[in-house]
Design a protein around this ligand. Sequence first.
Ligand SMILES: [Zn+2]
Length: 93
Amino acid sequence: MTSNSHHDGGLQAPQQRASCSKVVALLADYLEEQLPPARHAELTRHLETCSSCLAQLKTYRSTVSLLRSLREEDLPSDLRLMLSTFLNEHAVH
Ligand SMILES: [Zn+2]
């Protein structure tokens, strides 16, 4: 009888390419071109084949460009606060 047969519930999914959650987490850096070239290429490759991540990318990019096109003083303070919170959570500066 072996007593060392503990296991932690199957964490070992073999991953050779970037997972969707990892890609989404790196989207901000990807768009800002802050990633190392190899990682950037890895994400580009993933986005070419993964429509859900591509949709995330487009949503993120359009949100950021919308924000950049707005002048801050045009925004109500509540909205400005909400947007800056969003950017702080999703962008790295
Ligand atoms: Zn994906």
